[in-house]
Design a protein around this ligand. Structure first.
Ligand code: AGP
Length: 612
């Protein structure tokens, strides 16, 4: 959702910015633009559509500059169009600005500016903020930095903004609240980005800007201040990502690459933490809070989308192993509900990006009420990771495909380890069961690799079912959230309507949809509820629905009731979701490809949802 890039230094800015914008394409966008400052003024080029279309449209223009900013816009205020694309220019034409976020009180600011005679060229909240800044700068005859600081004190909403000023040729002013901003520190140059991907080949030294901070960025100087104009010391961190991690590496799509990376990513997630021989789980970010978790009244999982589904699986696991009451909340509902939080509550925030606006605000709300916040986050140094008291990184590496795949299985691996650790300390799991589950967890990477070997079969199923209008996904127990996740994957990637439901609950409504045209995907692996799920399969069969099922190897009964099957190896029900979700990821992927959809960047979707 909106990507921002900036550069100031001795190199040509334009190629760095364009390459950076392409790296941020995965975030989802509908228009793009750049502002280049070459000492003779600020030139803005922008266009509806992809970054490549902008490049084509400006061939032959004067693109020489050593300072520049670039943007990919995901429309909020005003349709996707050339005029609503960023950067915007101020009334005088001297300032150009890009923005990621939403200015909630833009209507009020806009009417004040209209009364002062301002006219607007776009429908955006960004142009309003920019002119508001210019108005303050002109009226008070102050620096741009000062004007930004004053303006931001009146702003309600979330933002990262980057500004260039025709009168200050080598400086970029940046500020953040609620949306991500990373500054890369080079030798005599600085890079800015929504994440570190635009700067990876130039520098590994980065500064994560915090909320309510403002940066004055010059080629050889980075000044960080708070909105009270006090200087702060930038905390420079070393990135631990290689360029190869954000490239396709021979796969047709990032999504396929990420599905196939799962044996490795789950292994990386377990590595150094799980020791099945010694019977230990080492999680330093949890250790310190272990006592409080053991004594917790309840655990509240807060997340959105796929991460929410991981929270649902974890609810079953924590309740089973730790005997602690767990609730799973949509962050967007939780934050506005005036939730009841008591001191002994533990919040687990689950997020791949670590930047999801609703999740971030929800945990701030809970933190203010005294809860302990543990983050289960993939992106190192992200806002949610930093806002949490403790937690564990999922170590799945950069996830570029908009549809989350490897992040989900890594979240499950981390949450399962957390539950096992707490259960062991609490004594709510027997030693034998604990040891058995450690071994089961350790075998997961190998078993995922086994499932992936059957991908060709799933590709043929995709061809067979790709023209269905709707799909129903059903599962019980640990596999109910997997059914939800399978349905979410399919609708994101193929635009086929798909609904996930608890298999038994299906009788209370969705069964009305069943006829010979409806594929019903059962997540029917061998577990405690297996016989019940088999009965549900029979109910669908009796109504001529087409049953496609994910089953455990050797389950002839389920196979005989199914039109088609996808197989996983035998595994304990607690760890099985990390396996049963994989065929569903592949099915969604291959159907999306068969329907010629843009699977890595599905329409309307953003990788990291930084507006509420
Ligand atoms: C998953 O495929 C989605 N694109 C989406 O639901 C995602 O899981 C959700 O937006 C939460 O993101 P986060 O994990 O980065 O917080």
């Amino acid at each position: 959702m909106c990507g921002i890039v900036g550069y100031t230094g001795p190199r040509e800015a334009y190629p760095i910015i364009i390459k950076g914008l392409k790296r941020l394409e995965y975030r989802g966008y509908d228009s793009t633009g750049v502002a280049l400052q070459n000492g003779k003024g600020v030139k803005v080029y922008k266009k509806k559509g992809k970054v490549a279309e902008l490049e084509d449209a400006i061939v032959g223009k004067d693109l020489h500059a050593h300072v520049g900013i670039g943007h990919t816009r995901w429309a909020t205020h005003g349709e996707p169009s050339d005029r609503n694309a960023h950067p915007h220019q101020s009334s005088s034409g001297k300032l150009a600005m890009i923005h990621n976020g939403i200015i909630e009180n833009y209507a009020q600011l806009k009417s004040e500016l209209i009364n002062k005679g301002y006219q607007f060229r776009s429908d955006t909240d960004t142009e309003v903020l920019l002119n508001f800044i210019e108005e303050i700068k002109t009226n008070n005859n102050c620096s741009l930095e000062e004007a930004v600081r004053v303006a931001l004190k009146r702003v309600v909403g979330a933002y990262v903004i980057l500004l260039v000023d025709a009168d200050d040729p080598d400086t970029i002013i940046a500020a953040r609240k609620g949306s991500p901003l990373v500054i890369g520190v080079g030798k005599g140059e600085h890079f800015l980005g929504s994440d570190a991907s635009p700067m990876l080949e130039y520098t590994k030294e980065v500064v994560y800007v915090n909320d309510y901070e403002l940066a004055i960025v010059k080629p050889d100087e980075l000044i960080l201040k708070n909105l009270g104009n006090e200087k702060l010391t930038p905390y420079v961190q070393k990135l631990d990502i290689e360029l190869a991690a954000i490239e396709k590496g021979g796969y047709e799509h990032f999504m396929l690459k990420e599905i196939f990376e799962q044996p490795q990513t789950i292994y990386d997630c377990l590595r150094g933490r799980l020791d099945a021989v010694a019977g230990t789980i080492t999680m330093s970010g949890i250790q310190q809070y272990a006592d409080q978790i053991v004594k917790a009244n309840r655990i509240v999982m807060i997340a959105c989308g796929t991460s929410w589904h991981a929270g649902l699986v974890a609810e079953y696991i924590f309740e089973e192993l730790c005997r602690i009451n767990v609730e799973v909340e949509y962050a967007s509902e939780f934050r506005y509900r005036n939730p009841v939080i008591s001191k002994g509550d533990v919040i687990i925030a689950i997020s791949q990006s670590g930047e999801t606006a609703d999740t971030l605000v929800a945990i701030e709300t809970a933190k203010a009420k005294g809860a302990i916040i543990l983050g289960v986050v993939n992106v190192v140094g992200s806002s949610i990771a930093r806002a949490s008291h403790g937690g564990a990184y999922t170590h799945a590496g950069p996830e570029i495909g908009v549809a989350s795949t490897k992040a989900f299985t890594a979240q499950l691996a981390v949450l399962t380890m957390m539950a096992l650790k707490i259960a062991y300390i609490k004594g709510s799991v027997s030693h034998d069961r604990y040891m058995h589950l450690l071994n089961e967890l350790q075998e997961i990477p190998e078993k995922v690799a086994w499932v992936l070997k059957h991908s060709d079969h799933i590709r043929t199923l995709a061809e067979k079912y790709k023209d269905a209008r709707d799909f129903l996904y059903l599962g019980r127990g640990y596999n109910f959230p997997v059914a939800l996740e399978g349905a979410l994957k399919l609708k994101e990637i193929s635009y086929i309507h798909a609904e996930g439901y608890p298999a038994a609950e299906m009788k209370h409504g969705p069964i009305a949809l069943v006829d010979e045209t409806l594929p019903v995907v059962f997540v029917a692996t061998r577990d405690t509820y297996h016989e019940k799920v088999v009965s549900n399969m029979q109910e669908i069969k009796a109504r001529k629905g087409q049953v496609i099922s994910v089953i455990t190897e050797g389950d002839d009964m389920s196979a005989s009731l199914s039109n088609d099957i996808m197989i996983i190896p035998e595994a304990d029900e607690i760890v099985a979701p990390m396996l049963s979700v994989v065929p569903l990821q592949l099915l969604a992927y291959y159907i999306g490809v068969a329907k010629e959809q843009d699977v890595d960047k599905p329409r309307n979707l953003a990788k990291s949802v930084t507006v509420e």
